[in-house]
Write a protein of this length. Structure first.
Length: 165
């Protein structure tokens, strides 16, 4: 068996997040349709637009390393998205729906933040300066989205779910 390198690990993780972003892009409109809080709906739709831009940046990173952009199944994101779909089904029509959707969205954000932070660090180690810049841009967006969701949870959504209980 040939030795695996950091380049190999970078490429495999890049395929993982590429798959994840494409799945997230498909899930966000469903979450927006399910949400009842208008600000939460708008947050999901805004993140859908950002996600599409992030997919484009990932494609640029693939180009930088001379590989074709392709994903590889990511069981972690599949599970997180499945949990979000369960919340949509199980809590539809209840006051807790928006709080559950927001929590599911933050699970996605935390996964993405972890992946992009790792990829950015590895790109730096590998001397891929252009990739570092692209990955930093996406990491900043993911962090800002997480902060927006936290603020929305703390100022409106969680309180509305609690009051209605």
């Amino acid at each position: 068996m040939a030795d695996k390198t950091l380049e190999d690990l970078f490429y495999e993780t890049l395929k993982d997040i590429y798959y994840a972003e494409r799945k997230i892009s498909k899930a966000l409109p469903k979450m927006a349709r399910g949400a009842t809080d208008e600000k939460l709906k708008q947050a999901f739709l805004k993140h859908k637009e950002e996600t599409d831009g992030q997919i484009e940046r990932l494609q640029q990173v693939f180009e930088i390393i001379g590989k074709r952009a392709r994903g590889k199944t990511c069981p972690a994101i599949d599970g997180i998205i499945e949990e979000g779909e369960e919340i949509l089904d199980d809590f539809k029509g209840t006051p807790a729906l928006d709080a559950g959707l927001l929590a599911a969205a933050q699970a996605v954000e935390h996964y993405e933040i972890s992946r992009y932070g790792t990829l950015r660090a590895w790109a730096g180690q590998l001397g891929l300066k252009d990739a570092v810049s692209l990955l930093e841009e996406t990491l900043a967006e993911e962090t800002k989205t997480d902060e927006t969701l936290t603020k929305l949870a703390e100022t409106a959504v969680n309180n509305a779910a609690r009051k209605a209980a």
